[in-house]
Design a protein around this ligand. Structure first.
Ligand code: MRU
Length: 365
C-alpha cells in the first residue's frame, strides 16, 4: 500500500541484493523506520520482539530468515539449526510452520551450492503469493460490504475490526482490511471501528495508522466499547483476521476476538474472519484443546508506550508496584460463532465440510 505516495510492502530485499528490509513495527505509529536483517538470528529476533508481526508476515520473514541462513551455512545441519531457531519464535501463528515447511521441502533436495539462490527465490514466492492471496480475499469480501451498502442507501458501512489484520500484518493488502480497501477503492462509504487491542495496541497503533494513511474513515475505540456499539445498531459487520484456523473452522486470533464474536452473536451482527489458506492448520480440529496459545511478558500489561508532547517515545507503568499480570496473547472463537470465512478462493462456512470442499488438496496433504 502507499505511504505518502510511495508504494511499500512490509518486507523486501535490500538494495545490496541479500539483506532483508522490514518496517520496524515496534516504532509505529510515531516513527517510520526501515531495519535491515542480515542473519537468521536477526530475523528470529525481529519476529520474537514483534518488529514484524501478523501471521502472514511472520511466515514471510521466516522464509527470508532461511535464505539468510543458507548464506551462512547451507548444510543440512545449518538449515536444521536455523529452522529450529525460527520455529521457536512465536507458537500460535500457523503461517510460521507452513513457511518453514515449504522452505524445507524446496531446499532439502538441492545441493548446498544451489540452496542460497533457491532460498531467496522461494522466500520471494511466498511474499508474492501472499500479496495475490490477500488481494483475492479483498475481492471475495467486497460483495459483503457492497450488499450492506446497497441496503443502507448511501450511509457508511460500519465495520468493526480487532487487532491489526491490515497490510502491516501481511506483505501487502492485509486480510481483514483487504475487503475494506477494495470497498474504499470502489467508492463505497465506510466507517471502521478500530479496537485499540490491549495490551500491545495493534489496533490503535497500526490499524489506525494504515487506515488514516489510506484515507479510510475510522475511529479508535477501547476494547470494551464494541458490545455497546453492537447493542445500539452501530456495527453492520465485524471482520477480523486469524493466526490459526482449524480444519473444523475454529478461529484463533488476537486476545479479545472471542468477546467480539459473543457480542456479535447476541446482537445478530455478521462476524466474518478473513484468512489466507496458509493460516489453516489441517492437522487439528479442536481449537480450544489444540491451538498453542502464546503467553507474552507481563510487562506488556503493566506498562504502555507512547509519545510525549515533546516527541520522545517513552514507556510508563500503569499498574501498582508488585501487582502481577497475566498476558495470554490469543483466544479461540468456536466455529459456531463465525458467520463465514473469507478466503482467497471465496466465502465459505466455518465448518470442516465447507473448508475441505474449498481446499481439497490441503486436506489430502
Ligand atoms: O500478536 P500479533 O500482532 O502478531 O497478532 C496478529 C493478529 O492477531 C492478527 O489478527 C492475525 O495475525 C491476522 S493478520 C492478517
Amino acid at each position: 500500500m502507499k505511504v505518502d505516495g510511495v508504494h511499500y510492502r512490509t518486507i523486501w530485499l535490500n538494495r545490496d541484493g541479500w539483506g532483508v528490509d522490514i518496517l520496524d513495527q515496534t516504532r509505529f505509529p510515531h516513527r517510520f523506520e526501515v531495519v535491515t536483517l542480515r542473519s537468521p538470528g536477526e530475523a528470529a529476533r525481529a519476529i520474537r520482539d514483534m518488529q514484524v508481526r501478523g501471521a502472514p508476515l511472520i511466515g514471510a520473514t521466516a522464509g527470508y530468515g532461511m535464505a539468510l541462513a543458507c548464506r551462512e551455512d547451507a548444510s543440512d545441519a545449518g538449515l536444521d539449526r536455523a529452522e529450529a531457531t525460527l520455529a521457536a519464535t512465536r507458537p500460535t501463528a500457523y503461517n510460521l510452520a507452513w513457511a518453514l515447511r515449504r522452505m524445507r521441502e524446496g531446499l532439502r533436495p538441492l545441493s548446498e551450492a544451489d540452496r542460497v539462490a533457491a532460498a531467496y527465490r522461494l522466500a520471494g514466492e511466498i511474499c508474492d503469493e501472499d500479496v495475490a492471496i490477500n488481494e483475492a480475499i479483498g475481492e471475495a469480501g467486497l460483495p459483503l460490504l457492497r450488499e450492506i451498502a446497497a441496503r443502507k442507501g448511501g450511509a457508511p458501512v460500519r465495520v468493526l475490526t480487532h487487532c491489526n489484520a491490515g497490510w502491516l500484518a501481511t506483505v501487502d493488502w492485509g486480510t481483514a482490511t483487504a475487503p475494506i480497501y477494495k470497498a474504499h477503492e470502489a467508492g463505497i462509504p465506510l466507517h471502521v471501528w478500530v479496537d485499540e487491542t490491549r495490551p500491545r495496541n495493534q489496533g490503535a497503533f497500526l490499524t489506525a495508522w494504515e487506515l488514516g494513511r489510506h484515507g479510510v474513515p475510522h475511529s479508535v475505540i477501547v476494547d470494551n466499547a464494541g458490545g455497546h456499539l453492537m447493542q445500539h445498531g452501530e456495527v453492520d459487520i465485524v471482520i477480523v483476521g486469524s493466526d490459526r484456523t482449524t480444519a473444523a473452522g475454529d478461529v484463533c486470533n488476537k486476545i479479545g476476538t472471542y468477546l467480539k464474536a459473543l457480542a456479535a452473536h447476541d446482537n445478530g451482527v455478521p462476524f466474518y474472519v478473513a484468512l489466507p489458506s496458509p493460516t489453516i492448520d489441517f492437522t487439528i480440529r479442536d481449537g480450544l484443546a489444540e491451538v498453542p496459545i502464546e503467553e507474552r511478558s507481563a510487562r506488556e500489561v503493566t506498562h504502555i508506550a507512547g509519545r510525549t508532547a515533546q516527541g520522545a517515545l517513552v514507556e510508563i507503568q500503569l499498574t501498582p508496584d508488585g501487582s502481577p499480570a497475566l498476558n495470554p496473547a490469543f483466544d479461540v472463537t468456536p466455529a459456531h460463532l463465525v458467520s463465514g470465512l473469507i478466503t482467497e478462493r471465496g466465502l465459505c462456512a466455518a465448518s470442516g465440510e465447507a473448508i475441505a470442499a474449498l481446499f481439497p488438496e490441503r486436506v489430502a496433504a
